[in-house]
Design a protein around this ligand. Structure first.
Ligand SMILES: [Zn+2]
Length: 126
């Protein structure tokens, strides 16, 4: 019997596989498993990934997934078939208030303002 500590159990239970459809085909040391008689390459397994919302071990794997499933995913969730429109009413964005640091009243101006992408108007943050 092999005893492992609580920390190892926690780490192992949080492990997940890269979702890349070709991850196992990239020939790196960490993907190699098994010994002499059953050598193989396996999909990467980690507690954390940094691509595609934490689902992929690399940009390559993310691209592979999209090449395999992208069209189906877009058709499933809804293909954009007419322009998505930004109008004055929904075009307010929070921006850093550059007036404050370019000759403005540092003590009284706020750090951020809202700027309208369509009209270029500015207003205080709501
Ligand atoms: Zn991968």
């Amino acid at each position: 019997m092999v005893l492992i500590g609580l920390r190892e159990v926690m780490i192992m239970s949080n492990m997940k596989y890269c979702q890349g459809t070709r991850c196992h085909t990239y020939d790196t040391k960490d993907r190699k498993k098994g010994s002499k008689d059953n050598k193989r390459n396996e999909t990467r397994k980690r507690s954390q990934f940094y691509y595609g919302n934490g689902n992929f071990c690399s940009l390559n794997c993310q691209n592979d997934w999209f090449n395999t499933h992208g069209n189906n995913a877009i058709n499933h969730f809804g293909r954009v078939e007419k322009p998505i429109i930004l109008t004055e009413e929904n075009a307010w964005n929070r921006r850093y208030n550059y007036h404050k640091w370019h000759g403005g009243d540092v003590d009284h101006l706020s750090d951020y303002i809202e700027v309208n992408t369509i009209t270029r108007e500015e207003r205080d943050c709501e």
